[in-house]
Design a protein around this ligand. Structure first.
Ligand code: ATP
Ligand code: MG
Ligand code: FE
Length: 338
């Protein structure tokens, strides 16, 4: 089965061609990061316009670099949520047009399920069941992947997502957007014990997360330093702040694996690129006999290949969408709405 997949939920326009769900023949990503940098974050209206300008060319490039034409396509997979509604609609409209004109099935994909499926591409031997920590710009979830296309959410953030927490403090200390990778880099030169930032573990058995208290603590720290006219060391703030986020992510995901008796822990989403998270999780998991897997960085951040993989398994599970499929900005994991 040859899948054409399209992703446009945020600030990346992407198209990919896959064979049998896990073999990526092409994965073209047109990122708008430079464009949104000057605003300090993604501007939804700008994102939609750029998607419109880019989508056709990105799809054509995906076909070209896979050495294929439209007539080779068996199914069209597309992100229909979660994401920015105007951005989603561009990819969705393109996918519908292609599906309709070729007379091939349309498969609407949940973006976060796509992030999880990036691991099936990166690790050919990986099979459910396993535990997945989804940490992206807008989501922080602990998900038990029971089978292909079968997800159970064990916990999630009650306020900010992990990526959001990275981005907001990066902006406050002048590292700019997108902040996660910049904090990661600065932290390598800093002392992670320099500042004792709070860790929110919540109730004893909870798998939920909360990062807004940590964010406030960091902003208060910055303000008080400024008022006292004291020098701040950006590298130390980055390292201490990153450590606070990583500590909670590691504790909860290892505990979730133990609680469910799972021996494989998989990372997904943009924050899975964080080097300290990978390092600490691997160390902690190994002590508990748990194997940690994560995708390479280009499959951690938004891309259409991961959407194509999710579409393949949705299709095999009989989930095909109608041409009336709509964008669902707040689509939840495991809920199919079309
Ligand atoms: P969502 O998938 O929830 O809709 P998104 O698609 O915007 O949101 P992703 O593209 O998965 O999110 O990831 C982007 C996020 O990953 C940003 O918040 C960015 O700061 C973060 N990120 C990227 N690299 C790193 C890193 N090395 N360390 C920490 N965070 C990182
Ligand atoms: Mg992005
Ligand atoms: Fe994403």
């Amino acid at each position: 089965i040859v899948t054409l997949a399209i992703e446009s939920s945020c600030d990346e326009t992407s198209a990919a061609i896959l064979k049998d769900g896990r073999q990526v023949l092409s994965n073209i990503v047109a990122t708008q990061i430079e464009e949104h940098k000057k605003f300090g974050g993604v501007v939804p209206e700008v994102a939609s316009r750029r998607h419109i300008e880019n989508v056709q060319q990105v799809v054509q490039e995906a076909l070209d670099s896979a050495n294929m034409t439209f007539s080779d396509i068996d199914i069209v997979g597309v992100t229909y949520g979660a994401g920015l509604v105007g951005a989603l609609l561009v990819g969705l409209s393109a996918a519908k047009a292609i599906s309709f004109s070729l007379g091939v099935p349309l498969v609407g994909v949940n973006h976060i399920e796509g992030h999880i499926c990036a691991n099936f591409i990166a690790h050919k031997e990986l099979e459910p069941p396993f535990m997945c920590l989804v940490v992206s710009g807008g989501h922080t979830h602990l998900v038990e992947v029971k089978d292909y296309g079968k997800y159970e959410i064990l916990g999630q953030t009650r306020d900010d997502a992990a990526g959001e927490a990275f981005d907001k403090i990066a902006r406050a200390i002048g590292l700019g957007y997108p902040g996660g990778s910049k904090i990661d880099r600065a932290a390598k030169l800093g002392d992670k014990q320099a500042i004792d930032f709070p860790r929110a573990y919540l109730e004893k058995d909870s798998y939920d997360f909360s990062f807004s208290g940590l964010k406030s603590a960091a902003l208060n720290y910055l303000n008080s330093k400024k008022m006292k006219n004291e020098e701040i060391v950006i590298e130390d703030i980055a390292a201490s702040y990153q450590e606070a986020i990583v500590d909670v992510l590691v504790e909860k995901s290892v505990r979730a694996c133990k609680g469910k008796g799972l021996k494989t822990l998989v990372l997904a989403g943009g924050v899975a690129a964080n080097s300290r998270l990978r390092e600490k999780l691997e160390q902690n998991a190994a002590e508990n006999g748990i194997d940690v897997k994560y995708p390479p960085i280009d499959l951690c951040t938004d891309n259409a290949a991961m959407i194509g993989c999710a579409a393949y398994y949705d299709y095999k599970n009989g989930r095909v969408s109608g041409l009336d499929l709509n964008a669902v900005p707040n689509l939840k994991i495991g809920k199919h709405m079309g």
